[in-house]
Design a protein. Structure first.
Length: 312
């Protein structure tokens, strides 16, 4: 149920209901459920499936999907020969988004032909917690070939397309609720290699994902600034600065090592232990031994004359 609620928030009610039905398919026989409460819930779900389907149709799209629809229509209306990649956070999201694009009437022309032709490209089965979906290497290659030959002009993908696979050029990248680190941001954006390509992120306003995206953007700008500084320096200057920085790091490592050594200020011969309660002498530090890195033992047998043993 929690998975279906997440799908409902991110995508649309019909996809959330489909996810729920597919997940509950393994419990088609209510008697296979362990508790009577679970059996009652399953029977109730079976009775209200038709009502749920009608409600799902009436509340079909999330705000995220509406924004995605707006971006796709705007781009392909003015640039009909474009290619786009939409990055989704899970395999299920990718499959649902590609089906949603194919079923959306606005993405068809007046003759009823699809203006936007979409399919998905996802990882192998068993790579994550959702074992229902997956593609073989051949299936991935076929999807990319269709995308290269314009049989498809939109490819909905997971992180499998970030690197490694030979992806054709495209001029629109959309990350749909897809935020990782600054490296992932750079890799996904780098898939838009065509001149004048656009890169968008569809996120929930004020969410942690949006904050993380802004942080990644800031880190990306820092990297670009650093690269720009490097471009303006000669090879000799860069070599000198790199070696200077290496020496500083080595010096800091050595200073830390010496600091830790100096924390041991006294030798065992210089240490004397006294009772915390009465202040009486107990033993010398040189008489102590540590056994198995946990037990402390006193080798001086005369300690029994200075302590009182009580049964707890």
């Amino acid at each position: 149920y929690s998975s279906a609620l997440a799908i409902y928030k991110d995508l649309a009610a019909p996809q959330a209901l489909d996810n729920l039905v597919e997940s509950l398919h393994q419990y088609d026989d209510p008697e296979s459920l362990v508790t009577k409460h679970s059996q009652r819930l399953m029977k109730k779900h079976s009775r209200i499936q038709a009502s749920l389907r009608q409600l799902a149709i009436e509340n079909s799209e999330s705000e995220h999907l509406q924004k995605l629809e707006e971006l796709l229509l705007l781009h392909f209306t003015y640039k009909p020969n474009s290619k786009a990649i939409i990055f989704a956070q899970t395999k299920y999201h990718a499959v649902c988004l590609s089906k949603w694009i194919g079923n959306t009437f606005k993405f068809h022309n007046f003759a009823g032909q699809p203006m936007i032709r979409a399919d998905y490209c996802i990882g192998h089965r068993g790579e994550d917690n959702d074992d229902r979906f997956g593609m073989t290497g051949r299936q991935q290659t076929n999807a990319l070939e269709k995308f290269r030959n314009y049989k498809l002009n939109v490819l909905v993908a997971t992180s499998v397309l970030e690197e490694g696979l030979d992806v054709p050029e495209c001029n629109l990248i959309i990350r749909f609720l897809y935020v990782k680190d600054e490296i992932s941001r750079k890799q996904t954006g780098g898939r838009g290699r065509s001149k004048g390509s656009k890169h968008y992120a569809v996120l929930e306003g004020g969410s942690k994902a949006e904050q993380r995206e802004k942080l990644n953007q800031f880190k990306d700008q820092l990297v670009e600034s650093a690269l720009e500084l490097m471009r303006n320096k000669s090879v000799e200057e860069l070599d000198f600065e790199i070696k200077t920085r290496q020496r500083q790091i080595l010096r800091a490592v050595e200073e830390e090592r010496l600091r830790k050594l100096n924390q041991k200020k006294y030798t065992p011969e210089q240490v004397t232990l006294y009772c915390r309660g009465c202040g009486a002498f107990v033993c010398k530090g040189q008489d102590l031994r540590v056994i198995e890195n946990s037990h402390h033992a006193v080798l001086d047998r005369s300690i029994w004359k200075r302590v009182v043993v009580k049964i707890h």
